[in-house]
Structure formats: structure tokens, C-alpha cells
Design a protein around this ligand. Structure first.
Ligand code: LLP
Length: 421
């Protein structure tokens, strides 16, 4: 459930009419709903209670300062994957003790920044990384809290570009070698080996792969404890999927996901962490665009929008489906017609949807892409010298621009002319 509904025939974000935002901000823009973010966060809270736990929002899905602060205010920790994300989480007011540092290629410089600023835990993904972290922590005279990411060799049954838990993927250390690697880690100075981490992929619509991975993790926890390691924290990653098509089957509910966690690892006495991104932010955001032209081709009609693949890359990158709604609700029984919905970028790949059934639309009309709150704005670029799309946060009947559209001057002045030119 989200808070983007029609009121008197006009699509609203909570109690704000989208045309009102469009008039002030211009299109395209992203808009997020505070109530939806909070609802999704609370559903996960309920799903994990009463286990001791921390929900670390994966800020790679939506890194806006206001979104981070909203979630941190509800009690969330943050999962970061770069020094930039770490510093941004800190700038949002999140204490280092609530920040988990994931990622397959952390540099020593990134480790130093997090160690100096304070960090809850590093999720370490390889033996060379363990070595580098040990050396960095030792040189700073501190101890780095560590969970080692294991690759459980589980098929997440999701899009190949976002599956991470099979042994051929680049992530984590093979679970078959885990005891050996933990033994090495325990001998390295400057590390406190406190847990195990796993993340098998994103947009999972089936609980079975989670169950399989978490069972393996429970077995490994027992084995590592026998080996003398004080395993007290399990990071179970993110990845629970969301409904992208309202007409489609509903993915598992957070409560059912929580039940899987409880029955697989709930009796180990470990503190549980999860790193959800999409589940919290995905359906808490829309991308709103205007129709620039309706072009009637020989075979099909094109709806040419002022949003493009640089603003929302998921359809062209993953073939992802996003529902598209007219901001002015179609009259009941209005005839639908198939449109190819495209952006103005000079690539055929700049296509959001083919032959999508929509009510008749005309130049100047507004449309909204649903499920755009995760991996939308964060993956946007300025390709074709198109300004980075602005972001707006709504709370009840208020809205605020939380990232402004850059001006052309700002964009141009980020380059400089080489002195010999
Ligand atoms: N933790 C780790 C270590 C991850 O790699 C990810 C996502 C997450 C947590 C959060 O996963 P989520 O709960 O959001 O599924 N750009 C792609 C998704 C890439 C996901 C990468 N890792 C997309 O637009 O579908």
C-alpha cells in the first residue's frame, strides 16, 4: 500500500495534488511520501519483533538526505557502500554506531574515513580486504568490527544483473571456505570478528531462497561457534521484492519474511540486521513527467515525455516494468489505447514501455511512473546534458524540494577548460 491516490480525479501524493508540485518545481521530478516510507519501515519492524534487531536502510536505493533523516528518525540504521554514502549518512545525522559498511571493493581510504568517523560494522567480502582492514585499523590504533559476507550458493531467482548469491557471482567468500577464512581473520590484529553477513540478491519475489540461505547461515553460526568464534550478529542483507505491476501476484509480505527469519536464525541468540532498500523506498516514490508530444508513427503512437532514460534507467537497463498513471484520472469506461512511452534521448533504448494501454493523452498532460522511489533518482545521470531530476518530499499536505534541479550554468561550470586551450 502507498499514499499515491486519486482525490477528485487528480493523483495526489498524500494530500498534495501532483499538478501543484509540477507548477512550482517543473517536470520531471521525483516525489516521495513520508507516510509510505514510515509504513514500510514499521511493517519490517513489526515483522522482526521481538528479536533484537536493527533495520539498516540500503541508501543505495535512495540516498536523499531528507529520506535518510526521515528513516533515521524512526530508528533505522543505514547500510552504505562507499565513503560518499558513509559521509552522506553522517550528514543526515546518523550516528556511526548505526552505519554498516558493505561493498565488494572498499579502499583503504574509505576504511579510514569510516574508522575515524565511527562505524557499526564492516561487511568484509574477501581475504585481501580482511588484510587491508586489519592493517588500516592497526595503523589508526583502533579495532574494526567485522562481519564476513559469505556466498551461500543459493539461486535468488531474480534478474541476472541483481542476483548475488550464486558461487559464480563476485560477492562474498564461498560458504564452503568460511571456517578457514574465519580462522585466518581471528588471527589478524585490529579486527573484532563479531558476525556473519549474507545478501543473495534484489527484488526477490519468493521466500524459498531466503529460507535456504538463512538455514545455511544458521549451520555456519553453530560451526563457527564450535571453532571458538564469538558470533553475535547476523546481517541477513536486503532483497525482499515489491509489486511493480499492480495487476501481478503480490510478493511475500514482510510478516512472512520475518517468520522465515525467526524460524531459521531466531533461536541463535544473535542480534539480527537486515539491509532493505527497495522494500522501504520503492513504492514510496513516483517520477512525474509531462507529455511533450504525441507522435503518430506508421505503426504505433509514441508518447514523448520530458523524462528519459537518464532520469529513470531501470526500464532500459533491466527491461523493468513501471506502472504509468495519468495524473488526471481517466473517466470511468474511457477507451484505452496502446502507446510506446519514450523519452527524448537519442537512443532507441530510451523507451519506458511499449504498447502500454493508457487513456488518450495530449501534449502538456502529466503522467506518473509508480515504484520509482528506489534505484530511480540515485541512478540518474546528466546524459545528453539533461539536468539531474529534482526530488520532492511530501508529508501530509506539505511538500518541500529536497534536491533542486541544477541550472544549466551550474552544470556547465562543473567542467573546466584545459589551460592550453
Ligand atoms: N545489501 C546489499 C549488500 C546490496 O547489494 C543491496 C542491493 C541491498 C542490501 C539492498 O537490496 P534491496 O533491498 O533494495 O533489494 N539497481 C537495481 C538494484 C540493485 C541492487 C543492488 N544491491 C535495480 O534497479 O533493480
Amino acid at each position: 500500500m502507498d499514499h499515491f491516490l486519486y482525490q477528485d480525479g487528480i493523483l495526489h501524493a498524500e494530500d498534495v495534488a501532483l499538478p501543484e508540485i509540477a507548477a512550482e518545481v517543473g517536470t520531471p521530478f521525483y516525489v516521495y511520501s513520508t507516510a509510505t516510507l514510515a509504513r514500510h519501515y514499521r511493517l519490517l519492524e513489526e515483522a522482526l519483533s521481538p528479536l533484537p534487531h536493527l533495520i539498516c536502510f540500503a541508501m543505495k536505493s535512495n540516498g536523499n538526505l531528507s529520506v535518510l533523516r526521515t528513516l533515521a528518525g524512526l530508528g533505522a540504521g543505514i547500510d552504505v557502500v562507499s565513503a560518499g554514502e558513509y559521509l552522506k549518512a553522517r550528514a543526515a545525522g546518523v550516528d556511526g554506531a548505526r552505519i554498516v559498511f558493505s561493498g565488494v571493493g572498499k579502499t583503504r581510504e574509505e576504511m579510514r574515513i569510516a574508522l575515524e568517523g565511527g562505524i557499526r560494522q564492516f561487511n568484509v567480502e574477501s581475504e585481501p580486504e580482511l588484510q587491508a582492514l586489519s592493517e588500516t585499523a592497526t595503523s589508526l590504533g583502533v579495532t574494526a568490527p567485522v562481519a564476513i559476507r559469505v556466498n551461500p550458493d543459493v539461486d535468488a531467482r531474480t534478474h541476472e544483473k541483481i542476483a548475488t548469491g550464486k558461487k559464480e557471482n563476485k560477492f562474498g567468500i564461498p560458504i564452503s571456505r568460511a571456517r578457514e577464512v574465519y580462522a585466518v581473520a581471528a588471527r589478524l590484529p585490529g579486527l573484532d570478528i563479531l558476525g556473519i553477513d549474507v545478501h543473495i540478491g534484489s527484488q526477490l519475489t519468493d521466500l524459498a531462497p531466503f529460507e535456504e540461505a538463512y538455514r545455511k547461515l544458521a549451520g555456519l553460526t553453530r560451526a563457527l561457534r564450535q571453532d571458538g568464534h564469538d558470533i553475535r550478529r547476523l546481517d541477513l542483507g536486503g532483497g525482499l521484492g515489491i509489486p511493480y505491476e499492480r495487476s501481478n501476484a503480490v510478493p511475500p509480505l514482510p510478516l512472512d519474511y520475518g517468520a522465515v527469519i525467526k524460524r531459521t536464525v531466531g533461536d541463535l541468540g544473535c542480534e539480527i540486521e537486515i539491509e532493505p532498500g527497495r522494500l522501504i523506498s520503492g513504492n514510496a516514490g513516483l517520477l512525474v513527467a509531462s507529455v511533450i508530444y504525441v507522435k503518430s508513427g506508421e505503426e504505433r503512437d509514441f508518447l514523448i515525455l520530458d523524462a528519459a532514460m537518464n532520469d529513470l534507467v531501470r526500464p532500459s537497463m533491466y527491461g523493468a516494468h513501471h506502472d504509468i498513471l495519468p495524473v488526471v484520472e481517466a473517466a470511468p469506461g474511457a477507451e484505452l489505447r496502446p502507446y510506446d512511452v519514450v523519452g527524448p534521448v537519442c537512443e532507441t533504448g530510451d523507451t519506458f514501455a511499449r504498447q502500454r494501454a493508457l487513456p488518450q493523452l495530449a501534449a502538456g498532460d502529466l503522467v506518473a511512473f509508480r515504484s520509482a522511489g528506489a534505484y530511480g533518482a540515485v541512478m540518474a545521470s546528466e546524459y545528453n546534458m539533461r539536468p539531474l531530476v529534482p526530488e520532492v518530499l511530501v508529508r501530509a499536505d506539505q511538500f518541500a524540494v529536497i534536491r533542486a534541479r541544477p541550472s544549466y550554468d551550474q552544470m556547465i561550470n562543473r567542467d573546466s577548460i584545459a589551460p592550453w586551450l
